[in-house]
Design a protein around this ligand. Structure first.
Ligand code: NAI
Length: 738
């Protein structure tokens, strides 16, 4: 029987007198905490305070999940500290009233329960979660440069202990259902097939006062969480682990301060400190940049951003993957897990067997990490065939080519594909830097050819570049963008130019790292300078991860375009000849034991150059870069400006998003073009001019930088968070391949 109904919350009373409140936020594909929902929830709580039912169960009316968090748009609209304080206090007080209701309050959670959504669930008395891979519980606020502000920092430690709460909040990591139960975050979990019955039983047992079985904590956890000395250790270690990130991401230390306040005194103090710390970080440049990235990501995932909304979107059923190496296997497993029928083609039986092994291993790891259920992994394996024949590929409506980075080989593969798959199939290449337009010339239907550039490792990296040539049809782009979205990744559509967008901007930085090394700058100093700037790892370590052989191939493409000769391709070639291919062979610039990085190899200690003056990089400030950092980072900023200018993508935010997602470019800086704005474009041009005189013409400022400096403009207009659009639309080739 329905007893109340709002726009976003519906309440029914069942035969036991239990109020079932279904959250179904109007006009949203996922439930988020909007002003409207808070208002309706407030009214309900008030009603229950007067007249409590026997129990209250909160559920979601959406199959997409329980409650994905606060409405980020509303956070972004906040303008003053007073507004922030008011919103936080209202939420905190509402959740406190919910917590104080005299009857059991239960959250029945399926799918994402994140941020403000989890803070809401934490204020309920009990939580039961559906045990399937879509269920995730966590407080990811730090990823947006924020901290939990509705009591999360105060309530989470009570349930999961200090050690885990500190880790969960600082990493913004979410837990799957079973891990959430083991951590004490939820009181029960249930298989999807028994979900309804399990919720029903759970409620009945709470009405009967049946005791709940609790997971046992290890002795170490009990000592750490349960003693003052243990807690002191948790916080001091957490601070130490933050290292340079503490300076880049103010939210991390703010979260620690809020958590610590909860440790110290009466809870009410903790809530006040949480509000204060939230208000302290919400207007920082880091939070602004991270929020913008969040919106950019959303925008990129809309097909209409890239092609007109009138373009029909074709879907795929069967996909051929050519080449089952590192990338082919990764792409095949991603497709199979997402329900596509996949045929992988290799050249020899042993290579086919190796590909099959690799895919099986990826699936095993996903199961071990609980991102995939064993049954789903098995189903994925059944959707997958690995072959050395062309025959089984027939009927595929998409082919993704991931064979060796050699144009002749790829062209032959494209010809074969055109022959075996017929004229309807879309043909995509995963090439890192070869010309898609040239590959398209090999087939009779160039309109159906595009690039589909995944990053390594495929299952982890969120970005996929979709590359269009002058001839690629919009339908082809629309179909690929939609595919990328369905695979859970973020597409960025780019014009066909050498290195496309991400590698083109990244490569000058990698090249400069090798040049610096050859000038005599110690490898550790180079990598440290990049990390202090905010990159996830140094350029030399990154090269080891990518593989020196791959880097050598890519460097050839860029060498042909370079404005001045570089010693880098030769250094790579020598490393390849020596078998120093990076992490995969146990040594590159560094030595590796398994996953662990050890000392340097002789490749990182070339006996040339004496550029010892560039060793120190004292600065880590937002806009103070050391000379070493300038040498490394400015080539990326310069190339990013060139990419925008030549129409590789039409808008600044696309460059920034792609670089953050594709390379981990310092997210708190918002990407290379935001970094250029923050430095000040006139200053960047001046400093590039100095470097140009000192180091060579490769530092010549991009014409667009000079123009913007002369016109006193930025890439992003001040106070307007939408990205600047360049007048030239990105259609077709932005600049010719070599
Ligand atoms: P890989 O060397 O691991 O795999 C290539 C596979 O293709 C090998 O197993 C080989 O046997 C197979 N192959 C070669 N010729 C073939 C043919 N005619 N028919 C069927 N299979 C054939 O190389 P990886 O790293 O997987 O790279 C593949 C492509 O992806 C390259 O174009 C590369 O530039 C690109 N790429 C690589 C990235 C990386 O980080 N490894 C990142 C993004 C793109």
């Amino acid at each position: 029987m329905a007893v109340a109904g709002g726009e976003h919350l519906r309440v029914e009373q069942d035969h036991r007198g239990v109020a079932v409140a279904t959250i179904d936020v109007a006009g949203m594909p996922v439930n988020v905490i909007t002003e409207g929902l808070v208002r309706e929830l407030g009214e309900l709580v008030q009603q229950w305070e007067r007249d409590a039912p026997r129990a209250i169960v909160f559920r979601s009316g959406k199959s997409s999940g329980f409650l994905a968090g606060a409405d980020v748009r509303q956070i972004q609209r906040l303008r003053t500290v007073e507004e922030v304080q008011a919103v936080l206090r209202a939420g905190q007080e509402l959740f406190q009233r919910l917590e104080r209701l005299p009857c059991p309050v239960i959250a029945a959670i399926h799918g994402p329960c994140l941020g403000g959504g989890l803070e809401f669930a934490l204020a309920c008395h009990y939580r039961i979660a559906r045990d399937d891979p879509s269920t995730r519980l966590g407080l990811p606020e730090v990823q947006l440069g924020l901290i939990p502000g509705w009591g999360g920092t105060q309530r989470l430690p009570r349930l999961v202990g200090w050690k885990r709460a500190v880790t969960m909040i600082l990493e913004g990591a979410s837990l799957p259902a079973r891990k959430a139960w083991e951590a004490g975050l939820v009181d029960a979990i249930a298989e999807p097939a028994q979900w309804e019955a399990a919720v029903e039983r759970f409620v009945t047992e709470r009405l009967q006062g049946v005791a709940l079985p609790r997971p046992r904590k290890s002795l170490t956890d009990r000592l750490l969480d349960g003693t003052w000395a243990g807690r002191w250790l948790i916080f001091s270690q957490a601070r130490k682990r933050l290292g340079v990130r503490a300076e880049h991401y103010p939210a991390l230390t703010a979260a620690l301060r809020a958590l610590e306040a909860g440790l110290r005194g009466r809870r009410v103090d903790g809530f006040a400190v949480e509000r204060q710390e939230f208000a302290r970080v919400v207007f920082t440049p880091a939070a602004r940049r991270l929020l913008e990235l969040f919106f950019a990501r959303e925008k990129a995932r809309k097909t209409a951003t890239w092609v007109g909304s009138d373009v029909p979107i074709r879907t795929f059923q069967k996909v051929a993957v050519i080449g089952g190496g590192v990338m082919g296997s990764g792409i095949a497993q991603l497709l199979a897990v997402n329900g596509y029928t996949v045929v992988v083609k290799e050249v020899q039986a042993e290579l086919a067997a190796a590909a099959q092994q690799r895919i099986a291993e990826l699936l095993r790891t996903a199961v071990a990490k609980e991102v995939l259920r064993p049954a789903d992994a098995q189903a994925a394996m059944q959707r997958l065939t690995v072959t050395t024949d062309w025959e089984p590929l027939q009927g595929a409506d998409l082919a993704v080519e991931a064979v060796v980075e050699k144009e002749e080989v790829k062209r032959t593969v494209f010809q074969e594909l055109a022959r075996h798959l017929g004229p309807q199939a879309i043909l995509a290449s995963n090439t890192s830097a070869l010309s898609i337009s040239r590959l398209a010339e090999a087939v009779p239907e160039p309109g159906r050819v595009a690039g589909l550039h995944f990053f390594n490792p495929v299952h982890k990296m969120p970005l996929v570049e979709v590359i269009r040539t002058l001839h690629t049809q919009p339908e082809t782009i629309a179909a690929l963008v939609e595919l990328v979205r369905k695979l859970g990744k973020v597409p960025v559509v780019v014009a066909d130019s050498p290195g496309f967008l991400v590698n083109r901007i990244l490569f000058p930085y990698l090249d400069e790292a090798v040049r610096l090394l050859l000038e005599g700058v110690p490898a550790e100093a180079i990598d440290r300078a990049a990390v202090r700037f905010g990159m996830p790892m140094g350029p030399l370590e990154l090269l080891d991860q990518v593989g020196i052989d791959i880097a050598a191939d890519v460097s050839k493409t860029f060498a042909a375009l370079a404005v001045e000769p570089s010693p880098t391709p030769q250094h790579f070639a020598a490393m390849v000849a020596d078998g120093a291919l990076g992490k995969k062979t146990g040594r590159g610039f560094y030595q590796y034991e398994g996953d662990k990085r050890k000392g340097l190899t002789s490749w990182a200690r070339p006996s040339v150059g004496t550029a010892t003056t560039l060793v120190e990089e004292p600065s880590v400030g937002d806009t103070e870069l050391s000379e070493l950092q300038q040498r490394l980072i400015y080539p990326m900023l310069n190339e990013a400006a060139r990419c925008l200018d030549s129409g590789v993508v039409p808008e600044a935010w696309m460059v920034d998003l792609a670089m953050v997602l594709g390379t981990g470019f310092a997210p708190f800086r918002g990407g290379p073009l935001h970094t250029a704005d923050a430095l000040g474009i006139p200053r960047l041009v001046r400093e590039l001019d100095v470097l140009q005189r000192r180091c060579g013409p490769r530092y010549t400022p991009a014409p667009l930088l000079r123009t913007l400096a002369a016109e006193e403009r930025d890439f992003y207009p001040a106070d307007d968070r939408s990205a600047v659009a360049m007048p030239t639309p990105a259609t077709g080739s932005a600049s010719p391949h070599p």
